[in-house]
Write a protein that binds this ligand. Structure first.
Ligand SMILES: N[C@@H](CCC(=O)N[C@@H](CS)C(=O)NCC(=O)O)C(=O)O
Length: 278
């Protein structure tokens, strides 16, 4: 949802959802200590996580990296970038003003954006072959699925759902223009209709009878796909049976790592839907 949250002079369109779920920083991979140990742990100054994720809670692009970091057990901290992506400080680090963005020592420019690139980098860095296989042919299929998603499926999903989500669309799109509402509605309907074909490709080609694109276990491409499908709830898109089962299987397999960030997206969708009804 590029340009989504800073519609007008940096004030987010969806503050309530962000607020409802807002907690400044989430530390992962630190188990709660008990008794004396807890008191001791309290006395220590908080250790700074090596990895920081700047993120927006209602976004599925962000949900992708948030689920991944949790599922991979990476020690990380989250910074809510709501309303800050166009600030001079953020733009100086990230001229694309996008989230998710990670800051990690060793990156040539200190930061990295694009959800799939972030998952690829962190998998490479930490040897997470379970999520991103090293064998060239297997890896190529994961890459293909992710590029196909970002280049083909996601633009349809964005055109179909952004109007309902209250996110502006990209410059040059009918939905972004001064066109008559009927034309915008036609464009949205056309995008909704276009989703079925690429969606089926993920099922028949990339999954190919396996539970996940990654095989028995979810890969980074699966995290990207499942998160993307979450947005479709805002338009009551009739997901095929396999897709419903697939998202449920992802949630079952990844547990809280999936449910937590998904809860933020679902909370936002519930909020915009309640606003629309009111
Ligand atoms: N292809 C990118 C899309 C990133 C994106 O569109 N991020 C949006 C949130 S969904 C954003 O940060 N927008 C804030 C802005 O443009 O100021 C990815 O997968 O990470």
């Amino acid at each position: 949802m590029a340009k989504a949250v800073t519609k007008s002079a940096g004030k987010p369109a969806a503050k309530p959802a962000a607020k409802a779920t807002a907690k400044p920083a989430t530390k992962m991979a630190s188990k709660p200590a008990a008794g004396k140990a807890a008191a001791k742990a309290k006395a220590k100054p908080a250790r700074k996580s090596a990895l920081t994720i700047s993120m927006l809670k209602p976004s599925v692009n962000n949900m992708t990296v948030r689920v991944f970091a949790r599922a991979a057990g990476l020690d990380h901290a989250e910074t809510d970038a709501w309303g800050h992506t166009r600030s001079p400080e953020y733009m100086a680090r990230n001229p694309a003003h996008l989230t998710p963005m990670i800051e990690d020592k060793g990156l040539p420019r200190g930061v990295l954006w694009e959800s799939c690139a972030i998952m690829q980098y962190l998998s490479n860095k930490h040897g997470l072959e379970k999520f991103y296989p090293k064998a060239p042919a297997k890896r190529a299929m994961i890459d293909s699925a992710m590029f196909y998603l970002i280049g083909t499926l996601y633009p349809y999903v964005a055109r179909a759902t952004y109007p309902a989500l209250g996110f502006p669309q990209y410059a040059g799109e009918v939905g972004h223009s001064d066109a008559h509402p009927d034309r915008k509605s036609e464009a949205q309907k056309a995008a909704v209709a276009a989703i079925a074909e690429p969606l089926e490709v993920f099922h028949s080609f990339f999954r190919d009878g396996k539970p996940f694109i990654g095989g028995k276990n979810p890969s980074i491409a699966d995290i990207r796909l499942a998160a993307t499908l979450e947005f479709l709830a805002v338009i009551d898109y009739a997901l095929p049976k396999w897709a419903k089962e697939y998202v449920a299987a992802m949630e079952k397999k990844l547990g809280k790592a999936y449910a937590g960030p998904a809860g933020d997206v679902r909370g936002y969708i519930a909020h915009v839907r309640s606003q629309a009804k009111a």
